[in-house]
Design a protein around this ligand. Structure first.
Ligand SMILES: CC(C)(COP(=O)(O)OP(=O)(O)OC[C@H]1O[C@@H](n2cnc3c(N)ncnc32)[C@H](O)[C@@H]1OP(=O)(O)O)[C@@H](O)C(=O)NCCC(=O)NCCS
Length: 282
């Protein structure tokens, strides 16, 4: 993928994924999301030019596969083929190139959609284990929020040590390269629990959470809910069996459980807990 492909590539992925997960919201919100997706693709094309691939048919970009490597962990960030071109073997070829980029890395993480082709492809990748996952979403009940939460707004440079420690604890790799882009999304907020973890939350979504203990993770998750408007909704996904704390907190807050695509891991990726991975940056 070249930098100039970023718009067409993310538009193709969006069309593929919105069939599975129809998006709600105003045209203005859709435009903000499209801008954020382009920024993500451009960022990854800059940090991982050899991990980012597009498929072209007659000069038209019909699919994209974006991967990243951070501190010995390969992560798969985005994968989609325009609906009219699915089921023809194009995804297999794109995925092979993306996977090869991370082959030498000691660890690998994939967050799967619930699309049968995606789950099949990932589950059959050599060395990967499939961890089933659920999502939680709904209106959080302010009366359930515990007293004495200690999380506070964070700062990328001032809290760098806490951020790094939590990321390395949960997945063996820092998020430092990606956090500025994740936080560049309109409305995105960084919450930190001194020495113990952080969360990125915005627009009712917990986009990323990593902590060194379950108590810290629970504090961050409640604080993430409370950072949104009273009476508002919140959602988070890719909650695996190792992350019962996130199920406990969500159900206590009044959220509903939903089935989600699985998480797939191989090699040295740490305990993957207490952790709510970022869809874009793992
Ligand atoms: C997932 C996706 C990228 C795969 O690309 P594709 O070009 O459609 O896939 P391919 O034709 O190369 O097939 C990949 C594998 O899935 C199988 N497959 C394809 N379509 C399938 C379907 N509808 N149901 C079950 N299996 C299917 C193929 O047989 C192949 O497996 P095999 O090599 O073991 O036989 C594409 O379907 C897509 O964009 N889906 C919607 C977006 C999405 O879910 N992306 C994944 C984000 S994590």
């Amino acid at each position: 993928m070249l930098a100039e492909d970023a718009g067409a590539a993310t538009a193709a992925a969006h069309e593929a994924l919105s069939r599975l997960y129809p998006e709600e919201g105003t045209p203005a919100q859709a435009a903000v999301r499209a801008t954020a997706q382009r920024a993500r693709a451009l960022h990854l094309q800059t940090t991982d030019p050899e991990g980012c691939w597009v498929a072209e048919v007659d000069g038209q970009v019909v699919g994209v596969a974006l991967g990243l490597v951070r501190d010995g962990v390969w992560g798969f960030s985005l994968f989609g083929i325009l609906p009219a071109f699915q089921g023809m073997g194009i995804g297999n070829r794109l995925y092979a190139a993306a996977l090869a980029y991370g082959a030498e890395q000691p660890g690998g993480i994939i967050l799967s959609s619930s699309h049968p082709a995606a789950m099949r492809r990932y589950a059959r990748s050599p060395g990967f284990r499939l961890l089933p996952a659920v999502g939680l979403s709904g209106a959080w009940d302010p009366r359930r929020v515990p007293e004495g939460l200690r999380s506070r707004p964070g700062d990328l440079s001032g809290d760098a040590e806490t951020l790094d420690r939590a990321s390395r604890h949960v997945r063996g790799a820092s998020h430092a390269v990606d956090l500025p882009v994740l936080l560049g999304r309109p409305g995105a907020v960084l919450l930190v629990l001194e020495g113990a973890g952080f969360a990125v939350v915005g627009d009712g979504t917990v986009a990323l959470l990593a902590a060194t203990s379950e108590a810290a993770a629970e504090d961050l998750l409640w604080s993430a809910m409370r950072s949104g408007p009273r009476g508002g909704t919140v959602s988070y996904d890719f909650v695996t069996a190792e992350n019962q704390w996130a199920i406990r907190v969500g159900l206590e807050a009044g959220l509903a459980l939903t089935p989600d695509g699985p998480v797939l891991v191989r090699g040295e990726v740490g305990p993957m807990a207490p952790y709510l991975p970022s869809g874009a940056y793992l």
